[in-house]
Design a protein around this ligand. Structure first.
Ligand SMILES: Nc1ncnc2c1ncn2[C@@H]1O[C@H](COP(=O)(O)OP(=O)(O)OP(=O)(O)O)[C@@H](O)[C@H]1O
Length: 256
């Protein structure tokens, strides 16, 4: 059974058809990359899944719930976690406090006003920090962390809601190649250990071909291909769309 079903979603801005009739499904254990040239419609598509934009047409269902046009907080409550292109953490708080804050929010949802009276979720926070290899840094202020560590903390915060799907917007933007690989290997391990699915947008083809198990390709608002990294590399339409994007062709092996 699929976790997320996207059925024919479209979005236009003042006559510009940013996304046109895009459909795909993500099942448990999938690490799906959404790629395409600049202006292909990736961000618009992504933002219709996380609730930042309401589709003009089509539907999005998650775990059997229709979440089309729902607010981001509502989608989060259904079990969709998110990480951002620029990590969203509180610099003046410690690493542990950042996770505790999300746990408070999650538990307020479950227990209502009783939540603030409960323990500070320190043990739960430490368990999540351990899962992402950040426990030794639990007492440090976020603002002194290296960028790769902030991204790992962001992952722990996203996991606090026990999501079944993680939406990651350009997770490795601004990172060095070694850090990129570490973050995506960690993500892949979490997918296996926790039975998650991941959908991520990404400009780095190295990351996509090394870490995604499924790739969907958009061009001019439409979904033009879906397959394994190997299938996408060989796809003539994908090769054509990327023609002229030398870096992509060279690194990915597309067009060779
Ligand atoms: N808020 C907006 N208002 C008007 N046009 C928009 C808006 N958002 C996106 N567009 C247009 O929709 C099309 C798709 O844009 P989108 O940002 O989704 O593409 P993208 O694949 O994410 O591109 P990039 O890789 O450059 O971020 C583009 O033509 C863009 O100019």
């Amino acid at each position: 059974m699929s976790t997320l079903t996207v059925n024919g979603i479209s979005k236009s801005f003042y006559g510009v058809k940013a996304v046109q009739g895009v459909s795909f499904e993500i099942g448990p254990g999938q690490i799906m990359a959404l790629i395409g040239p600049n202006g292909a419609g990736k961000s618009t598509c992504f933002n219709m899944l996380n609730g930042q934009l309401r589709p003009d047409t089509g539907s999005v269902t998650f775990g059997g719930h229709d979440i089309t046009g729902s607010a981001p907080s509502e989608i989060w409550r259904h079990g969709v976690g998110r990480t951002f292109q620029i990590a969203q953490t509180f610099g003046s708080m410690t690493v542990r406090e950042n996770v505790q804050m999300v746990l408070h929010s999650v538990n307020r949802r479950l227990w209502g006003l009783w939540s603030p009276l409960m323990a500070g979720y320190a043990a739960e926070a430490d368990e999540l920090l351990e899962a992402v290899g950040m426990q030794e840094q639990a007492d440090r202020a976020c603002c002194v962390l290296a960028y790769g560590d902030v991204k790992r903390l962001e992952l722990a915060m996203a996991l606090a809601n026990r999501p079944r799907l993680l939406l990651m917007d350009e997770p490795t933007a601004g990172m060095a190649p070694k850090e990129r690989n570490e973050l995506m290997s960690l993500t892949a391990r979490l997918v296996t250990e926790r039975g998650l699915s991941v959908l991520f947008t990404e400009h780095s083809v190295d990351v996509v071909f090394e870490h995604a198990n499924t790739v969907v390709v958009m061009s001019r608002g439409q979904l033009i291909a879906r397959g394994t990294p190997e299938e996408i590399r060989e796809d003539p339409l994908v090769q054509e769309v990327y023609l002229g994007s030398g870096a992509f062709l060279e690194t990915s092996g597309i067009g060779q």
